[in-house]
Design a binder for this molecule. Structure first.
Ligand code: CO
Length: 503
């Protein structure tokens, strides 16, 4: 009888209880983290830092407990679990072994440093002075190097950090991809530069905040974002976070004098949000209830932002509505001119506002800098100079100050080293998925022209969202498209699109 009591099913339930308890703590932390960037008054920073640190420690304790280890080891040999259950157990055991490499003290230290570093970044941006951020960042980098050592790596310490965001991604895999960018994008860029330039000056007029906001909500609703299971708010740096598939938060920022600043970032975050809302609810807190990887997450945001949201077909539907909201600003601008302006290629300083071609140089610059910082070849104090040197080298532009240069991204203040490459991987996956979706969905173009996205969303739900972490990025890509990540899809997508825009 005792034997039956101790069945796999019962152990599996005890395992899910533990994981879901840790998830409760982590999602509660996410609420605090969201609040920190959306509403928290500046004096709340210290208290918030310790609260987050305590919660991180508690979740870590559960996820590295002997109790969980025993259950996972017992379950991992069991045959009478479903495939989904086996996947959860296998992935949880991998996570466990990884978590176990960090001591609770280290996790709390890292969490505390993250809060401190984020606040220093906010302060530094306010003062437009990298030196305000530098000491905190230097401490963060030394912690990240320690973290890489604790995780262990075969070839490059950066590999250990990459793995956190994109399992199996390594310097050896990324170097050739960025090498390809260095070789294939400059000739395209040169041809664009020598063509007739696109006029986007009409984006720089007064576009009242509220109208911009209202239109973004209309677009998100059309895309299928469920506002009963999520919302949008303002923050310094747009992001998406989730407290469950049924409570997904998007944030945005508005620039009244620059229409390009907000809308595409809303569509981008909307793509992330749809992925989070599409994760299976019954897998709450378990590996199959979370996203495959950041690269795949970013494939969803870029699919919507670029492949859909920057297409002419998309604007054939939405543009009349936009003109109605901004008759004085856009009433006389034809849809084709708006479409071209939305895709204007121009080397610039700010990554989040970059076009689809030059974007990847922004990522490459950060990738090269991060590798050098983690290797110890670049000192924090030399970071702004290195930043400016690389911007000049790859994009031919030079930041005038720290705010538009080295202080523009929030990532390093969060300790997110190894994160940026997932943006480029995301674009490449998106182009490959886009090509497949067009093949499989009949009347795809017409649906977009009619503002109908139900079938597309269903396709993404079935192919990507509902699987959670069941497949690695590479496996998922192969299942969806029949082949591994192939950068030629992106290059072809870029060539076709810009041939139409720049003739
Ligand atoms: Co994103």
């Amino acid at each position: 009888m005792g034997y039956m009591q101790n069945s796999s099913k019962e152990q599996y339930i005890r395992y899910t209880e533990l994981l879901q308890k840790a998830a409760d703590i982590n999602y509660a932390s996410a609420v605090l983290g969201w609040d920190q960037e959306v509403y928290m008054p500046s004096k709340g920073a210290d208290a918030r830092g310790r609260q987050l640190s305590t919660l991180a420690g508690q979740a870590h304790e559960i996820l590295t407990s002997d109790k969980l280890e025993k259950l996972l080891k017992a379950l991992s040999g069991k045959d009478d679990l479903t495939d989904a259950e086996k996947s959860n157990v296998r992935l949880s055991l991998e996570d466990f072994e990884k978590n176990k490499k960090l001591s609770p003290a280290f996790v709390e230290e890292l969490s505390k440093q993250t809060s401190e570093c984020f606040n220093a970044w906010i302060e530094a941006r306010r003062k437009n002075d990298f030196n305000v951020f530098a000491p905190s960042l230097a401490k963060m980098i030394s912690l990240k190097r320690k973290q890489a050592d604790l995780y262990g790596y075969e070839v490059h310490p950066y590999d250990a950090l990459l793995d956190e965001y994109e399992k199996d991604a390594t310097v050896a895999m990324l170097d050739p991809i960025f090498q390809g960018i260095k070789e294939q994008l400059p000739p395209i860029l040169a041809r664009i530069k020598s063509s007739k330039q696109v006029d986007n000056s009409f984006f720089h007029q007064l576009f009242p905040k509220q109208e911009q906001w209202d239109f973004s909500i209309d677009v998100l609703k059309r895309m299928g974002f469920d506002f009963e299971a999520g919302r949008q708010d303002y923050s310094e740096h747009p992001f998406t976070t989730s407290f469950a598939a049924t409570d997904v938060r998007l944030t945005t920022r508005v620039d009244e004098d620059n229409y390009t600043s907000m809308l595409w970032s809303c569509i981008h975050e909307g793509g992330h949000g749809l992925y989070e809302q599409g994760l299976p609810e019954d897998q709450y807190g378990l590996p199959l209830g979370s996203a495959a990887s950041l690269g795949i997450h970013e494939s969803q945001s870029r699919f919507w932002e670029n492949c859909i949201g920057r297409s002419l077909d998309f604007w054939k539907f939405f543009y009349p509505q936009l003109q109605q909201r901004f008759p004085a600003q856009l009433g006389k601008v034809p849809v084709e001119a708006f479409y071209k302006a939305a895709n204007k290629v121009e080397p610039s300083l700010i990554r989040t506002e970059a076009d689809e071609v030059t974007y990847h140089f922004h990522v490459m610059i950060r990738y090269e800098i991060e590798k050098a910082l983690i290797e110890g070849k670049l000192d924090t104090k030399d970071l702004p100079a290195k930043w400016n040197e690389l911007y000049n080298k790859y994009l031919g532009v030079m930041p005038e100050d720290d705010k538009t240069g080295v202080l523009q991204d929030v990532h390093w203040s969060h300790g997110s080293f190894g994160y940026f490459p997932t943006y480029t991987l995301g674009s490449f996956y998106a182009a490959q998925f886009f090509s497949q979706a067009k093949k499989e969905i009949s009347g795809f173009d017409k649906q977009v022209v009619n503002g109908e996205f139900n079938e597309l969303l269903h396709w993404l739900r079935e192919r990507v969202h509902k699987h959670g972490r069941r497949y690695t990025s590479e496996e998922l890509c192969e299942r969806i498209t029949g082949q591994k990540l192939n950068t030629s899809f992106f290059i072809r997508y870029i060539q076709e699109k810009y041939a139409g825009i720049y003739e």
